[in-house]
Structures are given as structure tokens and as C-alpha cells.
Ligand binder design. Structure first.
Ligand SMILES: Cc1cc2nc3c(=O)[nH]c(=O)nc-3n(C[C@H](O)[C@H](O)[C@H](O)COP(=O)(O)OP(=O)(O)OC[C@H]3O[C@@H](n4cnc5c(N)ncnc54)[C@H](O)[C@@H]3O)c2cc1C
Length: 385
């Protein structure tokens, strides 16, 4: 048992192990290749109470919080079966609605997410804004008791399998900066459509261009205050960073375990190739860095659960995301090296881990922006961009 984990946490990890045995990597890969939603795995997660893990007890969850969620995500990723939906559904939507939703909103959405009946994806990225969210163009115009949304998003993960999408739109522009507002939008709303993008990842959840053409959203679906969406984002994006980091760390462990197994078996001169320090040391280094990153992410989650301010949590969440995804990349890179040419054969399923680890340096927040955050907000250096 890890040094500070409760019995409840340990039971959760045992449950994750069982779900991964019942729905192993081969199941996940099959759905990723077919781009079909892994419903049986999702139902198993729902039945085990895992989908409501960070949902407050009053709204149908177990209220175990972010620490439980990152432990779980890390463990599922270690088995190669972590759902991308955990990043947006449990990682963004649940913390955002739990902390900023009205009573009616919490009652409406949280129990349905916890039971698995509903999934919520997240739409912020736009073609001309990218990392600079304050340049988004998607406009929400007031019209009586509704807002009318117009604009385009892209790279939106899993919208085809979600019942709701948490949309970041601008309701005003002040000094050239968009004033952001968050809306929970039903994906079957008239005027909302999407088209699959051609991303090459081994995930069942694809990425989509999303189009808003006069989509009418009731005022009661505004999350938080109009024009003050940044406050909601602060509380929602820290958990997202943690879940992403945890998934990367688990993924790094998975790739490393595969590399070690292969390096112990493959013999090409005398003895197994795993004896070569050129292969062994990068893997040993990555292993140590994965463990360090894991502790950082767990601490950020614990701070979040303890109700610390978003800045305190954000400092560690950003650092955890940085070192977690860096360590995962090192692990995947070192592991794939062991496989030589076989690392590039589809049947060996190693390249997918390398691509996933590489993605962590770009999305959902790129490496450079986490360094900018640390430079500016932790070290107190001038803003660089
Ligand atoms: C698989 C996948 C899933 C995704 N899922 C979602 C989703 O569900 N919802 C959603 O809204 N978005 C999603 N995204 C979008 C993702 O968050 C963006 O791709 C990311 O935020 C970067 O935006 P961009 O691609 O426009 O890159 P740009 O903003 O054009 O940046 C390009 C590069 O420039 C550098 N850079 C940018 N700004 C700075 C700076 N200030 N200082 C130094 N360097 C900088 C970075 O290296 C960066 O990689 C997803 C993307 C992928 C690939």
C-alpha cells in the first residue's frame, strides 16, 4: 500500500485493476480503432461507483475527491485503459458544476454524470485563438431568457458520445480581451453540429470540429456569472491538469513495463538487451521521474480537496502536469527504443503510447505555457508573451 493511501483508496485501486482485467487493453484498442464508444467498460465504471468518484455525496457521488480521481486515472492508464472522457467529464465538468453551479444545475447534471447516464465534453479551443483563449470568437448574444451562440470550435474530444458540452463563449469584449462565459449546452440542440477531425491517437474518443449556428441556450444553463467565466475556468482547469498528468504518468508506467518485459526477453548478442546500460539507464531515470511526478500530482489533488485557493492548487497542478508529461515522454521514448523496428509495428502497440506521451507536451496546455506560468506566477518574473 502507498504510504499515505487510505483503505478506501486501496479498494478503489483494486477495483480499477479488476475493471482493467475485465476490459483489457485489447478491448480498448478495438474500440479506438473502430471509433466506437467503450460502453461496457463505462457501464462497469458506473456500476463500481467510479464515475461519481469526485461528485459530492449529496449529488449521487462518493465525494472522494480529486485525489481519488488521480489515483484511479493513473492506475487505469497503467493498464492502458484510461478513458479520455475522465479528463473532460470528471476532470472539468464535475469540478466546474460542483463549485460554480446553482442548486438546480447541480441537481440536474451531477447525479446523471455520476450514474453514467450523461457525459459532458468541453469546448474552448478555436482555430484563431488556440492557446490564447481571450481571442476566442464564439459569441453568445443575449436574447430574452436565452443566449444565442454562433462560432466554431475544434479538437473537441468526444462530442459525438456526449449529451452535454461545456462551452466557453464570449459575451463581451473589453480592451480587446473576450469576456468569457460558460454554458452547458445539450448536444442535441438545434444548430449544433460537428465533423470528425483526422487525429491519429489510440483513443475511442475522437476529436471534432464543432459548429454553433444560432444555438439557443436557456439562461439557466449559464455556469457561474455572465462575463466571469475565468473564475470557473480557474477551478476547472486545475483538476484537468491533474487528470492529464495522472493519465500521462500511468501511461508512462505502462510503456515502461512493456519495454522492460521486451528488453528482458530479447537477446541479440550475448544475453538480454535489457542488460545494456544504454537501454537500462534511460528507463531507470524515467521510472524515478514518474514516481516524483506522481507525488506532485497527488499533492496538488490533496490541496484541491482541502479547499485551498485555486492559485495554491494551480502552482502544483501546473508543475505536476509539466514533470508528469515530461517523465511520461521519457518513459515512452526509452521503452520504444528497446523494441527496435518492432516498435513501429501496429501489432506491438508501442507507437500509440509514444504518440500519447508526445501529445502531453501540447494538449490540453502546452509545455511552454506551464513554464510561462511557473516563470511568471511562481518565480515572479516578467510575462514573456
Ligand atoms: C488529441 C487532442 C484533444 C483535444 N481535446 C480538446 C477538447 O476536448 N476541448 C478543447 O477545447 N480543446 C481540445 N484540444 C485542443 C488543445 O487544447 C489545443 O490544441 C492546445 O490548447 C493548443 O492550441 P493550438 O493547437 O491552437 O496551438 P497554438 O496555440 O497555435 O500553439 C502552437 C505552439 O506554440 C507554442 N506556444 C503557444 N503559445 C505560447 C506562448 N505564450 N509561449 C511559448 N510558446 C507558446 C506551443 O509550443 C504550442 O504547442 C485537444 C487537442 C488535441 C490534439
Amino acid at each position: 500500500m502507498d504510504f499515505h493511501l487510505s483503505e478506501e483508496h486501496q479498494m478503489l485501486l483494486d477495483t480499477a485493476d479488476k475493471i482493467a482485467r475485465d476490459f483489457p487493453r485489447a478491448y480498448y484498442v478495438e474500440h479506438a480503432k473502430a471509433q466506437t464508444f467503450p460502453q461496457e467498460q463505462w457501464d462497469a465504471l458506473a456500476n463500481a461507483g467510479i464515475l461519481g468518484i469526485n461528485t459530492p455525496e449529496a449529488y449521487g457521488g462518493s465525494g472522494m475527491g480529486m485525489l481519488a480521481l488521480v489515483l484511479l486515472q493513473e492506475r487505469l492508464a497503467e493498464h492502458g485503459v484510461a478513458p479520455l472522457f475522465f479528463v473532460v467529464n470528471q476532470g472539468i465538468a464535475v469540478p466546474a458544476i460542483s463549485r460554480h453551479g446553482s442548486e438546480a444545475q447541480k441537481e440536474h447534471w451531477l447525479p446523471a454524470i455520476a450514474s453514467g447516464e450523461k457525459r459532458c465534453c468541453f469546448a474552448i479551443t478555436e482555430p484563431n485563438a488556440g492557446t490564447n483563449t481571450f481571442r476566442i470568437q464564439t459569441q453568445a448574444a443575449e436574447d430574452g431568457d436565452h443566449f444565442v451562440l454562433n462560432g466554431n470550435k475544434l479538437f473537441i474530444s468526444g462530442i459525438n458520445d456526449a449529451q452535454q458540452v461545456l462551452v466557453v463563449a464570449k459575451t463581451d469584449t473589453v480592451d480587446g480581451r473576450a469576456q468569457l462565459t460558460l454554458f452547458v449546452v445539450d448536444t442535441d440542440s438545434p444548430g449544433l453540429s460537428w465533423e470528425r477531425m483526422d487525429t491519429m491517437l489510440m483513443n475511442a474518443e475522437g476529436q471534432f470540429f464543432v459548429y454553433f449556428d444560432n444555438v439557443r441556450v436557456p439562461r439557466e444553463n449559464v455556469l457561474g456569472k455572465v462575463g466571469r467565466g475565468v473564475e470557473v475556468l480557474f477551478d476547472a482547469l486545475n483538476p484537468e491538469r491533474m487528470v492529464v498528468a495522472a493519465g500521462a504518468i500511468g501511461g508512462g508506467r505502462h510503456a515502461l513495463a512493456r519495454g522492460v518485459e521486451y528488453a528482458n526477453e530479447r537477446s541479440i548478442f550475448k544475453g538480454p538487451i535489457g542488460a545494456y546500460q544504454a537501454l537500462q539507464h534511460p528507463m531507470a531515470e524515467a521510472r524515478a521521474q514518474l514516481e516524483a511526478a506522481s507525488l506532485l500530482v497527488q499533492k496538488s489533488a490533496w490541496l484541491h480537496d482541502s479547499g485551498q485557493p485555486a492559485k495554491v492548487v494551480g502552482d502544483l497542478a501546473n508543475m505536476g502536469k509539466l514533470v508528469g508529461t515530461d517523465a511520461a515522454f521519457k518513459a515512452a521514448d526509452a521503452a520504444i527504443q528497446c523494441f527496435g523496428g518492432y516498435g513501429f509495428c501496429e501489432s506491438y502497440d508501442m507507437l500509440s503510447h509514444f504518440i500519447a506521451a508526445r501529445l502531453g507536451k501540447v494538449a490540453p496546455i502546452n509545455r511552454e505555457m506551464t513554464l510561462n506560468y511557473i516563470g511568471e506566477f511562481i518565480l515572479g518574473l516578467p510575462k514573456s508573451y
